[in-house]
Write a protein that binds this ligand. Structure first.
Ligand code: NAD
Length: 466
């Protein structure tokens, strides 16, 4: 672990598994309560200097970006070993994280001027909140950490970061790398399970929690934040609907739909998880997607030919198997591709013949299985898309982008794409509505979530004399 700029071991340890083999490949330290206190103390001690000097922060965050790019190829091997994703995609996490750091290193946050006239001047300044507890899931450990670290540090906060116990090693290695760049205590990286996450969110030093993970855990984090009136940004699960209108061409959009659903083996919060198509075109979409499911190369992430890796962990693997089996029991027909029989590999599966009310449609599958659902009219499709407690993102597909946009605007979600899905950028805010989250990450609004507003109200000279 990295605490106060130093390497720290722990008496307790836990195993980390390679999802391609289900074999243990590393042991990670289980942070003790005392070590958590040390990390929080280090973050508090580092806070005054770090928050005082914007120019130093900008320079060092640019150096962080360069360090991540420089280490991307080596650390991708570590990330692939514990997460499962193909090397190229693991490498991308580091280079994309570098983009996020560079964006926030350069972002200028100006004070708001509310009044400036002969009655006086009123200005709003954005100040850091203090120590941030950052907690990440296992699907994009490095990229999602950068969504938190880059704006939190840019705004002048210090951070204690905990990755998922399924994927701690690459994040711990990133902490080690950044010891060389950041002053001691500015970024502390610890590892452990959900109990450690709960201790972090309850810790009195923390003023802001930035959490990405499931809805169930998000509710616990929100309760912990409420108990101490901490700020919290919650990026939670999704059950994204894509709606193809009757003028969309299945063959022309099948590739984008397939990768919008299957990227990272379907383990993306804003992957397509339900595809609604006109009832008479279900077969056309099913066949086009099934062709791709049959031919996509699923294999160990370390092998160059692999386009998709395994599901990350045993519980998630079993969940996807169960949801597909439940759909089949409810009359679904399926086409599945090939996958190795070791580890947590799961063949890519396309389903048809089930709709709302069946688990794989109603719940977040978070794996390589996509239901194609027929609708009779657009209003019905929209109603189904919105008939969920999730509200992360969604998309509408049509030969007529204006027509698609009219419907997309009525999707109850944080991001609605037109003729695309899963497109993200550092300068575009991202966040969910309903149970998919509270607050946003990315862009200048993402920076603002790590700040508090102070109003400076200056009396006009004439008023001062009164
Ligand atoms: P999870 O909720 O099980 O775990 C997420 C993190 O929370 C882990 O680090 C875990 O150790 C920690 N944790 C567990 N219990 C805790 C507690 N009581 N208090 C504090 N922290 C605790 O989620 P997961 O299975 O790792 O990730 C998958 C989920 O994340 C999916 O639902 C997915 O949609 C969601 N996700 C959302 C986004 C987004 O931006 N909206 C992005 C990626 C993933």
């Amino acid at each position: 672990m990295t605490i106060g700029g130093k390497p720290v071991e722990s008496a307790g340890q836990f195993d980390v598994f390679d999802p391609a083999t289900a074999q243990p490949i590393a042991v990670a330290p289980a942070c003790t309560p005392d070590q958590l206190d040390d990390a929080m103390d280090a973050a508090e001690v580092a806070l005054p200097d770090w928050s005082a000097n914007l120019e130093t922060r900008r320079e060092l965050l640019a150096e962080v970006a360069a360090a991540l790019e420089g280490a991307a190829t080596d650390l991708a091997v570590v990330l692939t070993a514990e997460q499962g994703k193909p090397l190229k995609q693991a490498r991308y996490e580091f280079t994309a994280a570098a983009q996020w750091f560079r964006y926030y290193a350069e972002l200028v946050q100006k004070p708001d001027v509310f009044d400036d006239d002969d009655t006086g001047a009123v200005e709003g300044n954005y100040k850091p909140l203090g120590v941030v507890a950052a907690i990440t899931p296992w699907n994009f450990p490095i990229l999602l950490a950068s969504w938190k670290l880059a704006p939190a540090l840019a705004a002048g906060n210090t951070v204690v970061l905990k990755p998922s116990p399924f994927t701690p090693v690459a994040t711990l290695a990133m902490g080690e790398l950044l010891r060389e760049v950041l002053p001691p205590g500015v970024l502390n990286v610890i590892s452990g399970d959900g109990a450690l996450g709960a201790q972090m969110t309850a810790h009195p030093a923390v003023r802001k929690i930035s959490f990405t993970g499931s809805v169930a855990t998000g509710k616990k984090v929100a309760a912990a934040a409420a108990a101490d009136l901490k700020h919290a940004t919650l990026e939670l699960g999704g059950n994204d609907a894509a709606i193809a209108l009757d003028d969309a061409d299945p063959d022309a959009i099948a590739d984008k739909l397939f990768w919008g659903a299957m990227m990272n083996c379907g383990q993306a919060c804003s992957a397509i998880k339900r595809l609604y198509v006109p009832a008479r075109r279900v077969d056309a979409y099913f066949d086009a997607l099934a062709d791709r499911a049959r031919t996509v190369r699923v294999g160990p992430g370390a092998e160059r030919s692999s386009q998709l890796g395994p599901v990350n962990n045993a519980a998630q693997h079993q969940r996807v198997i169960d949801l597909v089996a439940d759909a089949v029991a409810h009359g679904a027909r399926t086409v599945s591709g090939n996958a190795p029989e070791t580890g947590y590999f799961q063949p890519v599966t396309v389903l048809a013949g089930v709709g709302d009310g069946v688990r794989i449609v109603d719940e977040e599958q978070f794996g390589p299985a996509l239901p194609v659902i027929g609708y009779t009219d657009e209003e019905q499709a929209l109603q189904c898309a919105n008939n969920t407690s999730f509200g992360l993102s969604g998309s509408v597909w049509s030969a007529d982008p204006e027509r698609a946009e009219t419907l997309a605007r009525r999707l109850e979600c944080g991001t609605a794409w037109v003729n695309q899905h899963l497109v993200l950028a550092p300068h575009i805010p991202f966040g969910g509505v309903k149970h998919s989250g509270v607050g946003v990450e990315n862009g200048s609004l993402g920076l603002r979530e790590f700040t508090r507003l102070q109003i400076i109200w200056r009396a006009a000279p004439a008023n001062t004399q009164k």
